[in-house]
Write a protein that binds this ligand. Structure first.
Ligand code: PBG
Length: 323
């Protein structure tokens, strides 16, 4: 007998039957930015094709995403004013809460409406938490802000809260606040293994970030694989409905570890820098854009992601339908 693995690669039909990983539109979530005080969508230079939405353009784009079969949207707010405690995050009239109400009014539960629960877009220092007198991040004072933010987002109609701040105990704190306020049906996505990554670069422009310095005292060291799994297990223990690994493409080992051990769904976030790199190389004609995007999404799914957050969600959904 001669070993001939190539038999399963002979024709497109044979390859389709032999395919181990399929990506579907329903497994994609589109991250979206909404900016306070603008009338028309504004382009983001470092993320060609991605915009800061106005309330109106956001409504239209969410409907478009739902029609394309995308599974969910994750909303990020860009407020006009910021302060030390990120007051806009808990204000019912803050941009993210206003936008959430608008979107839910528009699409109901036809698509899962998710909100970023973190203070960094709302603080004048740009950190994900509030600061102690010595300038360090005050973990437990931040948890109090997250509890209030969770209640504000749930009251605005968010279906799933994306806890991206990397404070210790954040999942348990927000779960407790939700349950104590009759929001026990609102789900929590723990950004369990979120690394202090250079690949968030374009996102900082997208949200007009005020950050000086870095987030290494709360986000994970890119060198640490075991610690990613530890964080995911802690989030599951605290009651996370879903856990996430972020970024995706450069952390596929962590993703595979978490997928093997998790008792809840595992999501991955293909972040702004991953988007920008493929867009830039494709714009130069150095790589095939569509094939690169689909390959990157397939690889993330292959490593174990049940769902991927990607800025290409709508376009990829259309391509996947054509395939
Ligand atoms: C923090 C947050 C960040 C991203 C999502 N949520 C930035 C950060 O941690 O610095 C990055 C997403 C991306 O790069 O696409 N609220």
């Amino acid at each position: 007998m001669r070993v001939r693995p190539r038999r399963l690669r002979t024709t497109p039909a044979m390859r389709a039957l032999a395919s181990e990983t399929r990506v579907a539109a329903a497994q994609l979530v589109l991250p979206m930015f909404v900016r306070e005080g603008i009338r028309e969508a504004a382009p983001i230079g470092s993320m060609p094709g991605v915009v800061q939405h106005s309330l109106d353009s956001l409504r239209r784009a969410v409907v478009e995403a739902a029609e394309a079969g995308v599974g969910g949207v994750m909303l990020f707010g860009v407020p006009e004013e910021k302060d030390a405690i990120g007051s806009g995050a808990t204000d019912p009239d803050g941009i993210l809460n206003v936008a959430t109400r608008a979107v839910v009014e528009e699409v109901g539960d036809a698509i899962v409406v998710q909100t970023d629960l973190c203070l960094d877009e709302f603080t004048d220092h740009g950190h994900c938490g509030v600061l102690a007198a010595d300038g360090s991040i005050d973990n437990d004072a931040t948890l109090e802000r997250y509890r209030d933010m969770g209640i504000a987002q749930a009251a605005s109609g968010s279906h799933l809260l994306g806890l991206s701040g990397m404070m210790d105990g954040q999942v348990a704190a927000v779960r407790d606040a939700l349950d104590a306020n009759d929001f026990d049906r609102v789900a929590i996505l723990g950004y369990a293994a979120k690394y202090a990554s250079a690949f968030y670069g374009p996102f900082r422009e997208a949200v007009d970030s005020s950050l000086v310095g870095d987030r290494r005292s709360y986000q994970l060291d890119p060198a640490n694989r075991r610690e990613g799994l530890r964080e995911a297990l802690l989030d599951i223990d605290e009651g996370a409905d879903v856990v996430m690994v972020k970024p995706a493409g450069t952390y596929l080992d962590v993703l595979a570890d978490v997928a093997a051990a998790s008792t809840v769904p595992v999501w991955a976030y293909q972040v702004s820098g991953e988007y920008a790199m493929i867009e830039a190389a494709a714009a130069n004609g150095w790589i095939d854009r569509r094939r690169s995007v689909l390959e990157s999404l397939t690889s993330i799914a292959r490593a174990g992601a049940d769902v991927t957050l990607t800025y290409w969600a709508v376009e990829a959904a259309e391509w996947l339908r054509e395939r």
